[in-house]
Design a binder for this molecule. Structure first.
Ligand code: ATP
Length: 354
């Protein structure tokens, strides 16, 4: 009997798995083909009840990855290889007929996006938007549906009066809360949040983040949370994936990634975070992010990497487990980790007195 490769066996506690996912923008300019390899071989999973964060600098492919896992692919973006699998779909996402793919949206897979105005129809009252998105998925009569919407708003401590408002009558923070209510009304198994608090001021941001956390744990959904803001990741996510030039370069429990970054790019990101009272100047990375239409061979970070070795110029380092639940794609980091490093004793003085 044929053996099933380990990578294609779905783990029962995984809600999302991607296997070697590649999504490219394919264009033709003046007869010349151009291909932007925005997502280039990402394999990862998100567990049940988990918030998985994705961080990385602008243009590293975060939004493209989100589009690929949320079946929001439009030309010139194409899925050129790999698979996206959800626990609530028998087959891969892209093996489903288009009609079935659209049927899982909002019911099983929903979104909280940055520009809430884009989701809320500016010429329809909020309750109409709830109807447009969720009525057909909930299989309830009109009166029961209205009651369920009101109950849901109550659970999220939102006043029922907002249902009669137009989006422009609400503040930015309130519109974003409405979007969270919209995204969670059908109690989806999976939520995609793309920069959901970027446009909000710090105080409103804090409330909206608390609401996202609370809602996710109340409904037991899993979530992918994308933002370039590492401070937000530190507060919200359980595990964190760091993207660089279309690839995942490090992944681990958020606290571990912050306390022990193993990839030189992650170490740079964390070292650049401002700290109260620290007036030391921060050094910038040399060079600029690669052009994804013509990325460097080997490790894409090597032209900017302080630890680059000869092998990094030719070979792409695989994402390798270097500590418990901690994967890194770096030849230098792999060379530095000895197996016994996993069991390092805790240094004296790092724990509080008992
Ligand atoms: N419609 C498009 N056509 C061609 N290339 C695109 C398109 N959209 C994005 N790209 C390119 O794909 C790459 C990844 O972009 P993407 O928007 O996914 O990055 P990002 O990490 O989400 O950036 P940001 O944080 O700025 O939103 C970039 O090189 C970008 O220029």
């Amino acid at each position: 009997m044929a053996q099933i490769p380990a990578s294609s066996v779905r783990h029962s506690s995984h809600v999302l798995e991607t296997h070697d996912l590649r999504a490219y923008y394919r264009m033709k300019y003046f007869g010349i083909d151009r291909e932007v390899r925005a997502v280039d071989g990402i394999s990862m999973h998100v567990r049940k009840n988990e918030i998985y964060g994705i961080a990385g600098e602008s243009s590293c492919g975060k939004t493209t990855f989100i589009k690929a896992i949320a079946a929001a692919i439009r030309p010139p973006l194409e899925i050129v290889a790999g698979q996206v699998k959800y626990s609530f779909i028998k087959d891969g996402l892209y093996e489903l007929p288009a009609a079935e793919r659209s049927a899982i949206r909002w019911r099983h897979l929903s979104y909280i996006l940055q520009g809430s105005m884009n989701v809320l129809n500016p010429v329809r009252r909020i309750h109409k938007t709830f109807e447009d998105f969720a009525f057909r998925h909930m299989h309830l009569g009109r009166a029961e549906f209205d009651l369920e919407v009101k109950r849901h708003l109550e659970r999220l401590r939102l006043p029922a009066e907002i249902l009669r408002a137009y989006p422009h009558e609400l503040s930015g923070g309130m519109r974003q809360r409405v979007c969270i209510a919209l995204a969670t009304l059908c109690k989806p198994e999976f939520i995609v949040a793309d920069e959901p608090t970027t446009a909000l001021d710090v105080v409103v941001q804090k409330d909206v983040l608390a609401m996202i956390r609370e809602t996710q744990s109340q409904f037991g959904s899993s979530m992918i949370f994308v933002t370039h803001d590492l401070a937000v990741h530190a507060n919200v996510t359980d595990r964190l994936g760091i993207m660089y030039a279309g690839r995942l370069v490090e992944e681990g429990r958020t606290a571990d990634v912050f306390s022990n970054p193993m990839h030189p790019y992650t170490a740079h990101l964390i070292a650049s975070l401002p700290k109260i009272g620290d007036t030391q100047p921060r050094s910038a990375l040399s060079g600029s992010p690669p052009n994804l239409a013509d990325p460097p061979k080997g490790c894409r970070f090597h032209p900017r990497c302080p630890l680059a070795m000869e092998i990094c110029r030719h070979e792409n380092p695989a994402l390798t487990t270097l500590a418990e639940d901690h994967r890194v794609a770096c030849f230098a980091a792999s060379a530095n980790v000895q197996p016994s490093d996993h069991e390092k004793p805790v240094e004296a003085g790092t724990l509080g007195a008992v």
